[in-house]
Design a binder for this molecule. Structure first.
Ligand code: 8YV
Length: 313
């Protein structure tokens, strides 16, 4: 039987092709208003940026699966979905290395001032000026906020740079040799680079607040590859303007892709457009895993990667 699915965010062309080749009828939620058509939809597909709230779910009586093409699913009201017997899947694992690579690239970029140095050369400033000295990254102190799959992959890269690694999270991990702190402020006070690698959502909203930035101090850098919501962005912008922290490298933002003009004007930041998983290889692997979840669902097989909250359903 041909299955009808609702697409709730833009998907890459190779994923759209794969969905069509697998014979799904794909409705775009920006076009679909017809309650008759909505009543035939049995699954929702979207990226990590997708918003799937209770109101939308109420309009889709037959939906039994939300397949997110992304590891983060903070835009999905999982509690409302579970209440309606809907299962949520995501794409953990396949993007871990890419996200860790970008985190480390951002760390090097802000620490060794690569983006600023590039501008310095392009502007012709090198002709009559010297680029200011910076501080070593090798051997510096790294603090990871979150030690899940992505945190571990970042730590592995940092270890190869002889960085001294510490972290905080829900609990200390017995298999890791790194220093554990219970409080983010305690961790921030001990490190040169603070990297945010926790899931978004209500539990981590504004976790990086004024007290954390104050603890990080004038020599500390913040790197965020998680979700914009984890950092109190106006407070961060003020800290960067006042130079109460040394700088920030950010791949995620409040209200992205609209970026606060003040942030865009600051010299002590590196900004990238939410590209941590954006390689051909990884996006194809994410699309394949999402499709695998859809196919498993319709074939009534075990789902490949349900989100933790749905693993007991
Ligand atoms: C993209 C992400 O936003 O996986 C996530 O949580 O943030 C990213 O990989 C997106 O989901 C790509 O489809």
């Amino acid at each position: 039987m041909t299955q009808e699915i609702l697409q709730v965010s833009p998907l890459p062309p190779f994923m759209m092709n794969a969905l069509h080749e697998a014979d799904y009828i794909v409705h775009d939620h920006t076009h679909i208003k017809d309650p008759g058509a909505l009543s035939k939809v049995t699954a929702i597909v979207g990226t990590g940026a997708a918003k799937v709230d209770k109101k939308l779910l109420m309009m889709l009586p037959q939906v039994k699966l939300i397949a997110i093409c992304g590891v983060g699913y903070d835009g999905v009201d999982v509690a409302a979905a579970k209440e309606k017997g809907i299962v949520v899947t995501h794409t953990p694992g396949v993007l871990t290395d890419d996200v860790a690579d970008l985190a480390f690239g951002l760390l090097l970029s802000i620490g060794r001032r690569i983006a600023q140095a590039d501008k310095f050369v392009r502007n012709g400033d090198w002709v009559d000026d010297e680029f200011a000295l910076m501080h070593q990254v090798s051997g510096a102190r790294l603090g990871l906020v979150g030690m899940g799959r992505i945190g571990r992959a970042i730590a592995k890269r940092a270890a190869a740079f002889d960085m001294r690694i510490a972290y905080c999270g829900r609990e200390a991990k017995a298999d890791l040799p790194y220093t554990f702190y219970e409080k983010v402020t305690e961790l921030a006070a001990q490190v040169d680079y603070l990297v945010v690698a926790v899931p978004g959502g209500d539990g981590t909203q504004n976790l990086i607040d004024a007290s954390v930035l104050q603890a990080l101090g004038t020599k500390g850098y913040l790197i965020n590859i998680a979700r914009g919501s984890v950092v109190d962005q106006p407070v961060l912008v003020q800290a960067l303007k006042d130079k109460t922290i040394a700088g920030a490298a950010l791949d995620v933002f409040w209200d992205e892709p609209i970026i606060d003009p003040e942030l865009r004007r600051l010299p002590n930041v590196v900004l990238t457009p939410h590209i941590a998983s954006a390689t051909v290889e990884t996006r194809q692997a994410m699309a394949a895993l999402t499709l695998g979840n859809l196919q498993a669902f319709y074939a009534e097989r075990a789902l490949l990667t349900p989100v933790p909250e749905c693993q007991l359903i």
